[in-house]
Design a binder for this molecule. Structure first.
Ligand SMILES: *Cc1c(COP(=O)(O)O)cnc(C)c1O
Length: 436
């Protein structure tokens, strides 16, 4: 680790108080990212445990004195070491597959605090979750109710359920990550909900325990949540008037983070508004569940990558890095923005140029950032910020690239939580072709 002589105060990056420059070097908590890059190689995901717990604490403060359960939506980042931090902090988990349930149990999570979402649960996944004793199935269609009831009866069990209702509010986010409008595949329509609740209550293998919604992702405005809350409470009133008790209301996840001058409400501020509305409408005592993913882990992680080449061009300059769309899929999937900053800001005689930052994958869609001003040369390292959520959990092996290593930083302590994937790891399940 190079010690800088510059003793300026640490300057943290927007929205990422645990990721800051000390002098000219970028640190996660008390650990230099350049030191980690040297030790573990690149590309490398680095997470701040303090940032994760601080994001969680904002929700916990918001719910102080209330009956609430925070279920981390683990599809955002399902690495065991990440799950362990949240499990130890008392979180439940929102899962979307039997595989995710196995991960929760392997990380020491409590099955009773697991809720199971998703439009395509298989009978085998339902039985697995019933046997594990999960807290609630968030059912997304009428047909799923019948299948789940049948599976539960086959095991002489009763499945606790809520029905995911589509409140039909527009969260003003990217179309791929908006889920609460009428024309998408999630949940049941608001106007069908009461009838479907009656159907659920008639099935012997089910016990209605709640209602849920999830209106989208990267939501940076409180308004759609408040609208969804009103729509949901109208339904709760109607369902309870029909004699079906609703023990908990699950508001899903979706709160945004700061990627690029985004200004989402703080979790505690958002929930102060939502709880005031619940109180106002007489539901303040009701148990609340939430399913945050991105807002718990997104800004706790960075991806460290090395510059391989700079390639000047007539129209564009390219900065070719060793991380790619297989590691960081959000730009190619959603045209998403990730800030990209140098690990070392000392003046080393590099000229600042505008680059498209791209990976080595043979696809034009393999870009990580467009038109970024950077002063870099081959061998320098960069940090792709806000890379904690929907990066490693969406990583692939395209171009036979092994998935990156992951490190969890806790103060000055460094904890390798995933080894870099080898080509041998990738080929493990493949068999010789008959007759070659
Ligand atoms: C993805 C998802 C979440 C988490 O969304 P974030 O935007 O990461 O908070 C919560 N609930 C359900 C049902 C989801 O599919």
């Amino acid at each position: 680790m190079t010690q800088t002589t510059d003793h300026t105060t640490p300057s943290s990056l927007p929205g990422q108080p645990f990721i800051a420059y000390q002098g000219h070097a970028l640190f996660v908590e008390e650990v230099s990212l350049q030191a980690l890059a040297t030790q573990y190689g690149t590309p490398l995901f680095v997470y701040s445990k303090a940032a994760m717990l601080s994001a969680l604490a904002a929700y916990q403060r918001g719910f102080e004195g209330r009956q609430a359960q925070i279920c981390y939506a683990m599809k955002a980042n399902s690495t065991l070491g990440v799950l362990q931090v949240f499990a130890n902090a008392g979180c439940g988990f929102d899962i979307v597959s039997g595989g995710e349930l196995e991960r929760v149990l392997a990380a020491g999570g409590d099955a009773r605090k697991v809720i199971f979402s998703g439009v395509g649960k298989t009978p085998a996944e339902m039985r697995q979750a019933l046997k594990a004793g999960i807290g609630c199935f968030n059912v997304e269609s009428e047909a799923e109710l019948d299948v789940l009831s049948e599976q539960a009866l086959g095991l002489h069990m009763v499945a606790p359920i809520s029905i995911r209702v589509n409140p039909n509010v527009d969260p003003k986010t990217h179309p791929y990550i908006s889920t609460g409008l009428k024309d998408n595949k999630f949940g049941v329509a608001h106007e069908d909900a009461l009838r479907i609740y009656r159907h659920a209550a008639s099935l012997k293998g089910l016990k209605v325990v709640g209602i849920d919604c999830h209106i989208g992702s990267q939501i940076t405005d409180s308004r759609p949540y408040l609208d969804a809350m009103d729509r949901m409470l109208d339904l709760v009133a109607a369902i309870e008037a029909a004699g079906i008790a609703i023990e908990h209301i699950d508001f899903g996840g979706g709160l945004g983070i700061n990627y690029n001058n985004d200004e989402p409400p703080a979790a505690d501020a958002l929930w102060a508004l939502l709880l005031a509305k619940l109180d106002e409408r007489g539901y303040g005592e009701r148990k609340i569940m939430i399913e945050p993913g991105r807002s718990l882990i997104g800004n706790a992680g960075v991806c460290v990558t090395e510059v391989l080449y700079t390639k000047p061009g007539e129209e564009k300059n390219f900065c070719i890095i060793d991380a790619a769309m297989n590691d960081l899929p959000r730009p190619s999937l959603y045209q998403a923005f990730h800030a990209i900053v140098p690990l070392n800001t000392a003046d080393r005689g590099r000229t600042t140029q505008t680059y498209d930052v791209v990976g080595p994958i043979c696809e034009s869609g393999d870009w990580i950032g467009r038109e970024r001003a950077l002063a870099v040369a081959p061998g320098d390292c960069l940090a792709v910020l806000s890379a904690g959520a929907y990066c490693m959990s969406m990583a692939s092996n395209y171009n036979t690239r092994g998935r990156a290593a992951e490190v969890l930083v806790d103060g000055g302590k460094v904890n390798l939580i995933r080894q870099r994937e080898s080509v041998k790891d990738q080929m493990r399940n493949e068999l010789q072709a008959l007759g070659g």
